[in-house]
Every structure is written in C-alpha cells, then in structure tokens.
Design a protein around this ligand. Sequence first.
Ligand SMILES: Nc1ncnc2c1ncn2[C@@H]1O[C@H](COP(=O)(O)OP(=O)(O)OP(=O)(O)O)[C@@H](O)[C@H]1O
Ligand SMILES: [Mg+2]
Length: 367
Amino acid sequence: MNPAPAGLADPSALYRAMFERNPAIKLLIDPKEGWIVDANPAAVAFYGWDVEQLRSMRIWDINTMHPADIAARLEETRLGKRHRFTFQHRTASGALKDVEVFTGPLSDGGRELVFSIIHDVTERRQLQARMAQTEKLEAIGQLAGTVAHDFNNLLSVVLGYADMLGESLPPEGAHRRPLGELTRAASQAKVLTRKLLGFSRRQPVEKRPFDLAGLTSDLHSVLDRLLGPGIDLNTHLPSPAPVLANPAEWEQVVINLLMNARDAMPSGGAIRLSVCDVELLDDPELHDGTWIELAVADSGSGMSAETLARAFEPFYTTKPPGQGTGLGLATVYNVALHAGGTARIESSPGAGTTVRVLLPPYRSLTK
Ligand SMILES: Nc1ncnc2c1ncn2[C@@H]1O[C@H](COP(=O)(O)OP(=O)(O)OP(=O)(O)O)[C@@H](O)[C@H]1O
Ligand SMILES: [Mg+2]
C-alpha cells in the first residue's frame, strides 16, 4: 500500500479561504491513487471523520461504487471529459448519502489533482420519490374510480335480474343453487367496487372534528374479536387526540392496519396500537411542531425490501389470489394524505412491522 502523500505544496491564502470558509463540501483528490489530499470543514462535518483521518483515506473508502469504476470516473475528470456525477457516499456513522458531485481537474505545482464539490441530495431524492408515489396514487385512483363506478352500475343490473329470476323460479328447483352462487359472486364484486370507490374518493367525504384516541378505544372490543385468541393487543392511548377528518374512514384505517398485522402473525404474536402526540423537527416532509401519530406495531413476519418499497402501491399484495386486494395500505396512505398528513412504514424481514400515520391536530378542540 502506498503511504498517504503529504499536504499541498503551496496553499495560497486565497485558495485556503475559498476552500475553508464556504459551507459547500469540498474534497481534493489525487486521481491516480484515489487519495483524499484535503477536505474542508464542511466535509469534516458531513462525513464525520476529522481532516487527518480523511487525508489517510482513499475516495473508495467513501464512495460505494467499485474502485475500478471510481478510477475510471476520476480519469474522465482528470482529462476534463466529464464534470458531474451522482454517487452514494458513506459517512463515519455508516449512513449512505445520495450526493451530486461537481468536479474538475486542477494542478498544484505540477501535481495533478481533482477538485470536487459535493451536494447532499438525499432528502431531495426521498421527497421526489414520495411525490412520484403520490402522483401515481392520484392517477391510479382516478382510473380505478371511473372503472369502479361503471362496474358498480352494471353489477346493480346483474343483481336486479338475478333477483327477478329468483322470484320466478320454483323454491326447490335445480337452478336455485347456481342462482344463489351468482348472486353471492356479484355481491362480493360489489363489495370490491365499493372498496375501489372508497380508495379513489370520487365522492367528497364529510369531515368533522373528533378524538382519534377515543375512536380507537371504542373499536377495542371489535378489534379483539377480529384478531382472535392467539394475538395479544395492547393499546396505548394516553390523551385525547383531536383531528379534523372522517371518522368512518379512520375506523377503516385502524381496521386495515390491524388486519395486516394479524395476517403477518399466522401463529400469533403481539400488536401495540397507540395514538399520541409527537414533536417533529427538521422532518423532510412535514413541518416542525406537534403531530398526532397513530402507530400499529406488530411482532410478525416483517417485509422484504421489495414489499416495503411497494406496500403503499394500490393493488400490490403478496397474499394469494382471493385473499388480498392490495388496497389496504393504499387506502391508509390516501386517507392520511387527504387529512393533511402522511403514512410511513418501518419493517424488515423477521423483525416485525410498524406503520405510523401522522396527521395534524385539530387545534380548536384542545382549547
Ligand atoms: N403488518 C405487516 N407485516 C408484514 N407485511 C405487511 C404488513 N402490512 C402489509 N404487509 C404487506 O404489504 C402488502 C400490501 O398490504 P395491503 O394492506 O395494501 O394489501 P393486502 O393486505 O395484501 O390486501 P387487502 O388489505 O386489500 O386485503 C401485503 O400483501 C403484505 O405483503
Ligand atoms: Mg391489508
């Protein structure tokens, strides 16, 4: 291994000022060997290693790309062929950051260097991903709503004729049973279209102030029955949680989340259901201050990375055909969005799942 090279040959005062006294994250790199030759205080703050540590590291200790690929990018930069890259950089805490790097060749007393200015775009990326998801939800919602609406009308016609047929058939005739099956299937399809209509929200729903903690507490006995004996439900509802929303929709949210938790624990387990105030500061999506959080945490199977990324997508389900529509979490997300909040999932395989739904408190109820 090559020894770490010494610092710069002749750092001018102006260069130092430009390099040091500026909040942009800056690195000076030796393109041949990949050494970090210098780092400014903003880089020290961002990466979490001190200057000496950074100067004893190579850029591939930070950049997650394969060293050979990084060397190729450095060569492109050295030759002035390319100036802008997006990478993932690792920090001392182990966190991965999405960064945009603006870079160019520089020479210091005959020695070739690469000067990079690094922008942390992690939050912007996350926000863009969430906005794309919201737009997708809106588009699918509109489409689903149109189809469901027309489909619902056709099913009413099917059920109407089935009813008429039923009245004209003899009570014990051979056609009774198939007709009963037909009616049952059409009724189930109607339940599904109602779900779809609920999800697409073509009709505006009425909002009123209510206590989300109270509503959750009132549901307790129903929930207990829905969950069955193998599941231990703990509720934590420390104080009233006033919100302005549609209570029927929020009952659905709670039930959807509890049903998902139950399904993730086929051989039993524990669920913690809580409604409480949380203080947010510097959240990438929601403003600073008090929010009401409805959280459902289970000790079940957890989600794979793919499921976690797609769980809020309408019609995404890992359940066998006929058992899941994939509309549960999409509805939860939509309802939260329309109440001025959002929903988030923390989950990993084998480690259970926590879904947090955040919504703004309704102030005038607390006064
Ligand atoms: N608590 C949970 N634990 C593990 N996986 C979950 C949990 N909640 C949701 N999932 C996963 O996310 C997928 C989507 O959930 P969602 O509620 O949207 O649909 P579903 O439960 O499959 O069907 P539906 O709710 O419409 O009956 C599920 O199929 C499951 O894979
Ligand atoms: Mg579900």
